[in-house]
Write a protein that binds this ligand. Sequence first.
Ligand code: HEC
Length: 150
Amino acid sequence: MSSHQPCGKGIGAALALLPALHAGALALVLGLAAAQLHAQELDGKALFLKNCAACHQASGKGIPGAFPALAGNGFVQGKSSEVAAVLLKGRGGMPDFSDSLSDRDIATVLSFVRSNWGNKGTALSESEVLELRESLQVEHYSHGQMSNKH
Ligand code: HEC
């Protein structure tokens, strides 16, 4: 008996491994898709914590008399274009985010706000925000760069 493995057996083993490789690749793809979904949720939350929570609070409950609660707020869960307009144009003591957040960021953070803390509003898409920007004649997002024309 030679300890040397016949070539055929090696190929057989490799062939036997193929389905396992496929399963592995599939699991990897599914895993990536799940991670991407998760990242989107996190993005919404991260965007909210970074841009909104100072006033509206991480709990979404705001500060009575100063910053309205977004949690359980009927307006917030209502017509998405009206909610997005507040971000694009600002209102009262609320700054406008038209030049600090991209259409995608606005859609992502509002989708988060509208579906968190028990809120049941629908998600917004980047293209809805873009259309709204156009109809409100708000300048396009310039990647946070202020125009610097002198
Ligand atoms: C500097 C404080 C401040 C920050 C930061 C801020 N807001 Fe506001 N927000 C306000 C105030 C004040 C109002 C009430 C405006 C008014 O007087 O109509 C408001 C109103 C709103 C409303 C309308 C609520 C209603 O019932 O009419 C929404 C929606 C909203 N904010 C979302 C956000 C989101 C999303 C962010 C982050 C991207 C954000 N805000 C960041 C202060 C802030």
